[in-house]
Design a protein around this ligand. Structure first.
Ligand code: ADP
Length: 188
């Protein structure tokens, strides 16, 4: 049985304009959810695979059109682009490419921060009320979770403080370790 979109609303924790939820981001009915994509935009594992599976072929078709157009070389780490969300309960998917963790000396922190900022900027430009984020780069791309969580929370807090849109951001995590890290960081 799939969770109804209303389930997460009652289970989410609230930290001002930031909400926090442990579960599957493909079930979240915010105007936009963020995908931790790869540069090809043509699908991958982890949350990317889950989003394309649940959202159906419309998302991949939209990504292929972007690749055939101005994103011929793919999307660079730190950048973000928005497409339809296909059959997902969200209306849009914001695809962003996190940095692959390489020891921390390759600008990973700045690239990860840019993922959050550029995704939020797209939401703001489109006057979207809310956007949900997975833990970008913290899966296959190997970014240490504690550092990634600190960057995510810092960037989202800063952006929300300076903008009316989006009104809220939702952090969505899968595993218990990430849940603890976000709870700690959001309580600071
Ligand atoms: P990356 O390649 O950027 O590291 P991954 O998809 O491998 O991206 O992982 C990013 C994070 O998303 C990980 O913390 C992983 O546990 C989490 N994740 C995977 N699937 C989902 C999902 N369906 N909903 C929410 N988070 C997910």
């Amino acid at each position: 049985m799939t969770a109804s979109p209303t389930d997460w609303h009652s289970q989410a924790q609230n930290f001002g304009r930031i909400r926090f939820y442990q579960g599957d981001i493909t079930k979240i009915d915010t105007p936009a959810i963020v995908n931790a994509a790869n540069s090809s935009l043509l699908g991958g594992g982890g949350v990317d695979g889950a989003i394309h599976r649940a959202g159906g072929p419309e998302i991949l078709e939209a990504c292929r059109r972007l690749r055939a157009g101005h994103l011929g070389k793919g999307l660079a780490p730190g950048q973000a682009v928005m497409t339809t969300a296909g059959r997902l309960p969200a209306a849009h998917v914001i695809h962003t490419v996190g940095p692959v963790w390489n020891g921390g000396q390759k600008d990973e922190a700045e690239k990860l921060a840019s993922c959050y900022r550029n995704s939020l900027r797209l939401a703001a430009e489109n006057q979207l009320d809310s956007v949900a984020f997975p833990g970008i780069s913290t899966g296959i791309y190997g970014y240490p979770k504690a550092e990634a969580t600190a960057i995510a929370v810092r960037e989202v807090r800063q952006f929300l403080a300076q903008h009316d849109f989006p009104n809220t951001a939702v952090f969505v995590v899968f595993d218990d370790q990430s849940r603890q890290l976000y709870e700690q960081e959001l309580s600071k």
